[in-house]
Design a protein around this ligand. Structure first.
Ligand SMILES: Nc1ncnc2c1ncn2[C@@H]1O[C@H](COP(=O)(O)OP(=O)(O)OP(=O)(O)O)[C@@H](O)[C@H]1O
Length: 330
């Protein structure tokens, strides 16, 4: 999709394209007043009037999540030149892109550090005080598309902070007025990314917090191993393949995967799969699993750039180089 105006709101100069999503394009933009680079997401209004535009909805979700480090800030949102526009903090590479640069997989230490940033809040060490999935849940939002691609490193001085973004499929699971949890249903349509989808999604169940945690579990193992067992399986058609993936997630393939993974992941999945629809995940328990492993290995939480460089992972070098480039390049 091409976007006609080169300047939005008189002060955002639109430049190259950053990416293309399910319902629009994302451009790089320069704030001419402050010299800051932003990401500008643009969606043309749907052709059918009854079909709602997604971007105003996503902007509303960002507003509910406003003010937390680790969630990109909305700079401007509204209609401009006949299109829905959302200008937000520019982010860097997502975790899947970084994984590819790091020879296809992260070390266990990197995954454990990321896991804490992705799952929950606080660490008394050098890491910034952060929360991601837990924070979104605490604001009444269930994400429904947790995957490595939706976590990206920040830009500039935030280059070592994992950011959660892309809330296009998110949903309020609590009634803002009454606080009541949404009702359980079993006739739901397929949603999100099959590779990381929870078993409940395959079974057509309404997704809740437990499913975000399960998808996060698949994402972490994927980052650690570089792949999941249901990738690249043969199937005569898409439906057959999705059915086969469901069977693998429900059966021995997942058991084998967890048996070969660090034991913390077995406990992680046991907890997530044991949750009831409305039940709040025990984020503290899940964090403790990862933290204990860090402690037993004698690893430090040095997510600061020189700290990770000391680990000798390619991840550190990538983030470090990335930080430099993002200062130089637009
Ligand atoms: N804040 C940002 N900073 C930098 N790049 C971004 C930002 N937001 C989005 N992008 C880029 O644009 C691409 C598409 O964005 P996004 O995933 O938000 O759109 P989407 O329509 O929800 O996509 P999908 O349907 O694939 O989930 C991303 O893969 C990423 O490369």
């Amino acid at each position: 999709m091409s976007f006609p105006p080169f300047r939005i709101c008189n002060f955002y100069q639109v430049s190259s394209m950053l990416g293309h999503g399910g319902f629009g394009a994302v451009h790089r933009g320069l704030n001419l007043l402050t010299g800051e680079w932003v990401a500008i997401k643009v969606e043309m209004p749907p052709e059918k009037e009854e079909q709602p535009a997604m971007l105003p909805y996503e902007a509303a979700i960002y507003k509910l999540l406003r003010g937390k480090q680790g969630i990109p800030c909305i700079r401007w949102s509204g209609m401009y030149g006949g299109a829905h526009v959302l200008a937000m903090d520019m982010l860097g590479s997502n975790l899947d892109q970084l994984r590819r640069v790091c020879r296809g997989q992260f070390t266990l230490r990197t995954v454990l550090i990321l896991a804490e940033q992705m799952v929950g809040r606080h660490h008394p060490g050098k890491i910034y005080i952060l929360d991601r999935v837990e924070f979104a849940h605490s604001r009444g939002i269930v994400l429904r598309d947790v995957k490595p691609d939706n976590f990206a490193m920040g830009h500039g001085h935030l280059a070592n902070i994992v950011h959660l973004y892309d809330f296009g499929l998110s949903k309020l699971y609590r009634d803002p007025e009454t606080g009541a949890h949404m009702a359980y249903r079993e006739d739901r349509q397929r949603l999100g990314t099959i590779r990381y989808a929870s078993l409940n999604m395959h079974l057509g169940r309404e997704l809740s917090r437990r499913d975000d945690m399960e998808s996060l579990g698949y994402s972490l193992i994927y980052l650690l191993n570089g792949r999941l067992p249901w990738q690249g399986i043969y199937a005569p058609d898409v439906e057959w393949k999705i059915r086969r993936i469901r069977e693998m997630k429900a059966g021995k393939a997942l058991e084998d995967l967890l048996a070969s993974a660090p034991p913390e992941f077995g406990k992680y999945f046991e907890h997530c799969r044991g949750l009831r629809f409305e039940q709040k995940p025990d984020y503290a328990f899940l964090r403790t699993l990862f933290r204990k492993r860090m402690q037993s290995e004698g690893w430090q939480y040095d997510m600061m750039i020189p700290g990770i460089a000391a680990e000798g992972t390619h991840f550190s070098a990538v983030i470090w180089l990335y930080g430099i480039f993002m200062h130089i390049l637009p």
